[in-house]
Design a protein around this ligand. Sequence first.
Ligand code: SF4
Length: 555
Amino acid sequence: MLHAKGPLLTVDVSDRTAIRTDIDDVLEAFVGGRAVATALAHDRIPFDADPFGPENRAYLSTGPLQQSRMSFTGRMNMTALSPLTDGLASTNAGGYLSRNFVDAGISTFELVGESDELLLIHVTDDGVEFEEVPELENAPVPEVSAHVAETRELGPEHCVAIGPAGENLVRFASVMTYDSRAFGRGGLGAVLGAKGVKGVTFSGDATPEIEIPSEPETAIHREAATTDDIRKRQGTTAGTEFRNENFSLPTRYFREYHFEDAASIGGDAVERKKYKKGSCSACAFACKLPLRDEETGFETEGPEFETTFSFGSLQGVGDLLDVMKANELCDRLGMDTISAGVTVAAYLDSEAEFGNAELAQELTEKIAYREGIGDLLAEGVDRCHEELGVENYTVKGLEFAAHDGRVLHGQGLSYAVANRGADHMYSVMLRLEYSGDVDPEGTLGKAETLVEQEDHAAFRDTGIVCAFGGSYVTEEYLEALFDADYEELLSVGAETVIRERHFNNRRGFDRGDDELPYELPDLEAAIGEYYEARGLTEDGTVPEGSVEPVAPSAD
Ligand code: SF4
């Protein structure tokens, strides 16, 4: 099977050492990306680790396709123990990092330890350099990029960085690359912050050789370049109005299902403000959204659909410029726009301040620096809802994405059982339910489909293929690219989901954590069906003895 190549580079910031370890066996079995990072994290992070402790490990990893010239591959995976969910979290960002990362001659990067000084780490094919950067304390992300450009002559496409939110241990801090692309969910920015790492650069000229079959590569690239898919113009915001009218666009902290100003923040409104194309490396689909407000001259990249929900409808804000400003703030300060927006919406609910965009932006700043009320909100909804006196719209501590499980019941089931909580990317059941391929009503009889969707998504994040490539990178193309049956690819995904769950089980997660803050028809029985289809015990745990260690020892 096609797989990523190159050693694991472990950087320990406690003693400023770096070692390269051969992980060919792991790469052969787990391909790359999320599967490899999960296998390593499972075996090398102690089950009782503190997410903010030196023993937590953060992984960046590529798949083999990050060395192709194929569209939908400009992405990378990041995995660590999450300070928000307290379980393993993998998150995925676009941009241009992946090609520069592999040039350093590695497949996987592992960060461990804790530094007293704020550090930038520079990884090249020649070695690793540690730079103390006290002058970058609490610097927004673009200032880190400016520093790297000035001192190293490297652009933001070589860099991952955290903003003040990561340094101040905001539980939903993101890790940013290319200034505007986020490893968003699960608070992995705070993991870097706890380690005293402001950023890492990757460069070199030692790309491991991988032979990618050219026929599917070329065909997919041609389709991406020539299709007139609306998402090339509107990105993820395409379909906002359709969802609002026919399904749900959660509004005013989930109190309502439809937003009266959806047209002002939806796909058409976004397209009107788009002033140029935006993409990730090698991708001709170019779905990104550089926006400009002509009246004020304000520019930002995005918002994506999830941000028009979290800082728009969910806060009762119907002005796209306000959503753009909040989006820009989150990128600069280094925060997940979904969790930040949902948490701010919870506060607006508690103060009866829906629609107050100015207050929302003020709160966003305060969260990043943990100032005043921001200190409480920086903990996320699960930890602050009681004090605010609002409903707890999270699963396993992760704030909900926009796609509404109260209406798309299979997606609701997915949120309940997903190892990383209310994350819409964990299975993407929502697509089948929006399209009508699966009836959105009811939870029973959907477990087999959900398991397959989870396995597919886990492999997608392993290969790595962008979620937008779904209808272009077909099963047949995947088989040709990876030289394997689709069933084999799914089994890599399945093994990844099981290892995540096993790790979380060992931290105390069980059936009691697979729950929703709202009722769905037959949910308990449907969760039982899921456990059976996934091969879990009735308590939602992985059967004893079914997971063996595969990674080199960390000792
Ligand atoms: S489809 Fe969009 S998000 Fe995905 S790799 Fe291409 S430009 Fe990036």
